[in-house]
Design a protein around this ligand. Structure first.
Ligand SMILES: Nc1ncnc2c1ncn2[C@@H]1O[C@H](COP(=O)(O)OP(=O)(O)OP(=O)(O)O)[C@@H](O)[C@H]1O
Length: 358
């Protein structure tokens, strides 16, 4: 396994980029810890595949270096990087049996047949294909073929990193959950450095130790699922993670008070003067509807989603969401909302501002 260092890395698909907007991947400096499981999460077109392809060697960055355990591999071909990759669509040899497909990367490395047999059996069990080992891959469903691709990606223990590019797209929903759990177990057992690209927050949050959130070619936050929930560093992280996402409301901030349309809201920290766009961010989980406490709010709709209720409401002309417990009644007299001050974040031009403890 390897620590992967991205040093001053950036990429533009244009030959002569003129401004930052011309970069599909904006400048990035980061150390990916040896043996950690990362998810690269973001909406379509934010640069996830560009970054993954640079790490795998399919794409040469227009700026910066990439190092595996301190060794510069920027100009090394994919084959020299000793990585395993699993793509969105299956890559299998149709004329080979499932067994030979799974064994391929090990035989390629000259591993002895006893080890190959043992390891193939182990992986086949993991992907639920023990009974299919002697079948030819031709004619199998896309779903089964993708499981073989995943198995092949995982069969070698001695790779520098395992890279997955939306690997569960073609897998049916039930198997998706099972494979995600298996991948997590595999990571736990073997400690591979894993990088998993997805636009699905559930996939990212259940799989990864750390989630790398990308927005418009930029890494906006790298954190544990808890950190992304508690303290989104950027409003995009707030919107994108959570269901529904964080409420973001324009405000004026002075010291330890925020003002929304002139109405005061307490904050748990003090802030210096802020210019530019100022907003507060509060997750629906930390907003509370009541008949007497807080600021005026107009409930528009209540959605019962089983575990809890989502209250869609209007707050000083802005749409906000409030989460209430399944058993909490939502009466017509509930026209006030309060926010837990410890969970009200302040954003300046979309970036989190850290206040001084009040
Ligand atoms: N070969 C290419 N030539 C020119 N522009 C490209 C190329 N590949 C990607 N781009 C552009 O770079 C940006 C980032 O694309 P990228 O594929 O890395 O995003 P992504 O997050 O992986 O998206 P998706 O989930 O849709 O694959 C997009 O604006 C895309 O249009």
């Amino acid at each position: 396994m390897a620590r992967i260092t991205l040093d001053n890395l950036a990429h533009s698909y244009l030959r002569t980029p003129a401004s930052e907007d011309d970069y599909a991947l904006k400048e990035l400096n980061h150390d990916w810890e040896d043996g950690a499981a990362y998810a690269l999460l973001g909406a379509s077109g934010c640069g996830k595949s560009t970054l993954l392809n640079i790490i795998s060697g399919l794409l040469m960055p227009s700026q910066g270096r990439i190092l595996f355990d301190g060794q510069d591999v920027t100009h090394a071909a994919t084959a020299e990087r000793n990585i395993a990759q699993v793509f969105q669509f299956p890559v299998v040899y149709d004329t080979m049996t499932v067994r030979d497909n799974l064994a391929f990367p090990l035989r390629n490395r000259g591993r002895d047949e006893t080890y190959v047999a043992e390891r193939v059996q182990e992986i086949a069990r993991m992907i639920g294909m023990e009974d299919w080992l002697d079948r030819k891959a031709r004619g199998l469903t896309a779903d089964a073929k993708q499981k073989i691709s995943l198995g092949r990606g995982m069969v070698r223990k001695d790779v520098n990193a395992l890279l997955f590019d939306e690997p569960l797209t073609v897998i049916d929903p039930h198997m998706k959950w099972e494979l995600r759990t298996q991948l997590k177990k595999l990571h736990h057992d073997f400690g591979h450095t894993m990088i998993y690209v997805t636009h699905d927050q559930t996939e990212a949050l259940t799989f990864a130790d750390k989630v790398v959130v990308m927005y418009d070619g930029r890494v906006v936050q790298i954190g544990t699922p808890e950190e992304l929930f508690e303290r989104p560093e950027h409003t995009f992280v707030g919107y994108f993670i959570g269901s529904p996402g964080m409420n973001v409301i324009p405000a004026r901030v002075e010291g330890n008070r925020a003002y929304i349309d002139g109405t005061e809201l307490p904050l748990s920290a003090g802030y210096g003067p802020l210019s530019g766009k100022v907003e507060i961010g509060v997750r629906p989980e930390f907003a509370r509807l009541s008949s007497s406490e807080g600021l005026p709010v107009k409930v528009r709709r209540v959605e019962d989603v089983g575990r809890h209720k989502i209250i869609r409401a209007e707050f000083f002309g802005h749409d906000i969401n409030i989460i209430a417990g399944e058993d909490e009644p939502v009466g017509a007299d509930m026209t006030r909302v309060s926010f837990d001050p410890g969970h009200v974040n302040v954003y300046n031009d979309d970036w989190l501002v850290r206040g001084a403890a009040a």
